[in-house]
Write a protein that binds this ligand. Structure first.
Ligand code: MG
Ligand code: MG
Length: 261
């Protein structure tokens, strides 16, 4: 376990730029998502866009991961490897993207609908997004990591969903994964205290069925044990007094999605 690395205001501004580029990259991906497209095509587009903007893909080569995006469809939770299989109407796909720019990482994820998705799956996506919002609300100076996890877990379980425990959010900075760990479950008032200068990635992974997951034979992808779908949304957040400051954004993505429909 390393120790928490606090960021100066200048460093937070650099991280905002990295996080913003992730948001814009996800929006580029959003533009081309439809039935028939492959996750490798999404990956190629994302890598080009990131490099064109003077950054490098944050995940590629890290922990031996081969690609720019983690693309996880349906029962895949996270860490999916882009492949040549065309997306199918009704799929959902979590696209997780990291960039490294000016020595700092940005890291954010969005779960997209492919074509027309069943209402119960739409609900899973909405609830997971709301989990993220509620987690962010708790990410303020003086609170504890457990307050974030508690807020996320409460909302997910109220809706009958399972909260993945094996994978968690994390501190973020010059390394993609820094202290502290930020679980999506927990108890109020417990865990590491949040302080100004911390930057964390909050990333609920919520399963439609049971919380249990396992690793796929590919050695990377995490999938639900019951085969039911899972959703994943992620933001980078700077801890401040009074109100969390979200450094990443889904606004560009949502702008694209609005104009698609
Ligand atoms: Mg991520
Ligand atoms: Mg992350």
């Amino acid at each position: 376990m390393g120790k928490i690395i606090y960021k100066t205001d200048e460093e937070v501004e650099l991280m905002r730029l990295s996080s913003l580029l992730v948001g814009k990259t996800l929006a580029e991906v959003a533009k081309i998502i439809k039935p028939g497209v492959t996750s490798l095509e999404l990956d190629k587009l994302a890598e080009e866009y990131i490099r064109d903007n003077g950054a490098i893909p944050g995940f590629k080569g890290l922990y031996d991961f081969p690609n720019t995006l983690c693309t996880s469809t349906n029962e895949a939770v996270v860490h999916g490897i882009p492949n040549n299989k065309p997306l199918v109407n009704g799929d959902i796909i979590s696209v997780d993207c990291g960039v490294l720019m000016n020595d700092f990482y940005g890291d954010a994820a969005y779960t997209f609908q492919v074509g027309e998705v069943k209402p119960e799956i739409k609900k899973l996506l909405e609830v997971t997004q709301e989990c993220l919002r509620r987690g962010i609300e708790q990410a303020v100076h003086g609170n504890r990591v457990g307050d974030i996890g508690y807020a996320i877990q409460q909302h997910a379980e109220e809706n009958g969903y399972g909260v993945v425990r094996e994978l968690v959010g994390h501190g973020l900075g010059r390394d993609l994964h820094e202290e502290p760990q930020v679980p999506n479950y927990g108890k109020r008032g417990q865990g590491v205290q949040l302080k100004e200068g911390m930057v964390i990635a909050i990333e609920p992974m919520i399963n439609m069925g049971k919380r249990n997951v396992r690793q796929h034979d590919d050695g990377s992808t995490i999938i639900t044990t019951d085969g039911l779908p899972s959703a994943h949304f992620e933001h980078d957040v700077a801890i401040k007094k009074g109100k969390a400051e979200v450094l990443s954004t889904h606004e560009y993505v949502e702008e694209v999605l609005k104009n698609k429909n």
